[in-house]
Design a protein around this ligand. Sequence first.
Ligand code: ADP
Length: 476
Amino acid sequence: MGVHPAKEGTRPVLDDAGLQALREAARLSPDNLPLRRHLAEQLLAKGYLADAEGEFRAALLLAPKDPDITAGLAESFVRQSAYGAALSSLEPFLATPGYPPRMGVIAARALLGEGETGRAAHRYHEAVSRDPSVADPELAARLMPPPPPQAPAPTAPPHPAYAAPTPAYAAPTAAYATPAGAPPGAEVEKSKLSFADVAGMEAVKESLRVKLLLPVQQPELFAAYGKRAGGGVLLYGPPGAGKTHLARAAAGELGAAFVNVGLSDILDMYVGSSERNLRATFDLARRNRPCVLFFDEVDALAARRSDMRQAHTRQLVNQFLAELDGVDQSANEGVLVLAATNAPWYIDVAFRRPGRFDQLVFVPPPDAAARAAILRILCRDKPLAEMDYDAVARVTDHFVGADLKGLVDRAVEVKLHQSISAGHPIPMTTNDLLAAAQGTRPTAVREWLGTARNYVLHANESGAWDELMPWIKGKW
Ligand code: ADP
């Protein structure tokens, strides 16, 4: 009774008449758990995903916390691209060591869908190491770093800041091979978010619209003024303030592909490999234009060359600059480069020249109105009572988007447990959010602003940090 699609071939799947009979039988005996479970699995196997989801939910009311049924429900979510819902349903199990391995594989697919390749790979490997029969080579191929190249290891150790991250899993096996020529981790996503999913940040959205969207949406206008689309935008601000969320929404707003590049997709301890990875990532974006190519934690790839002890890390910066410039005028047409950093002061000024990251955009921590708007977005598809988001916003000073997301996830988890015990969904209330807020400490926005103050207060001659100044001098 596997729930993994790779195993579907081995599971007898009923024809339509058989399925109809099964539906009828389940309708006549609604409390017959084995029957309902069987129906749910058949629906999933046949790809009737919404129906499967409904049946798994019904079965879960008969047998709360049943791992097979939960896994089936999560799989039906993943296959409908409802990755957040899948992860929420698995969460109570995944927190416990020894959870069913196939849940780990389903969670890996959901994490991958959310763009969290590193965590996905970790989950996947952990699951497969406990039960090799749940392996899914196709998924593994999408998760893995490149096989170790044949080049000799560098003689000197790399600069610690640029050392390749240690893989969280053991050496690759054949199932993990990356398709030849493909960049190791980066992959092409179709973003379902738009600017409507980003609360507040009106000024930031407007500057991205002008910079990224208008040239593509109205090329004639730009051509008439002899202006070419191009150049990248560097988003900076405290961790969790929504830089990645914003980049993904910009891609969706534009109808462009989204390539999310993490540090581990590029950095490799072998000389020359990081440069190759970087080139392959740009090529991937160029093959999928229009495309938003997003570099997270870009300070590690674009640090000031004077800060680098190793010649080969300087080489990587030079390669990055060369890719941004493109071999010819049209190389990066339709490729919009966005990058995010928590430490913009480490970025080499060469990156800020025209045509490169020539626009710096501050993504601020949300004020109370923005926090209320973020909460509204985060709660919108949940069963809700009348909500007073402003009241929650008032008690969540210094919370950023990521903190608010954590808060809502916790409140939902509590509600889910209550609903399962009650046997029916219980709507979430303002008090649930207030209670979750009580147990949550915000991440370090204040500390971040303190660091920012040290770096930029006496170094703003060019006006590069103008947007940040009111925050540094303000109440924070
Ligand atoms: P960063 O990249 O700045 O570290 P993220 O983009 O990962 O932060 O933000 C974490 C989460 O917080 C996002 O996945 C999103 O759910 C939520 N979030 C942050 N800012 C907003 C916003 N303005 N509107 C809606 N959700 C937000």
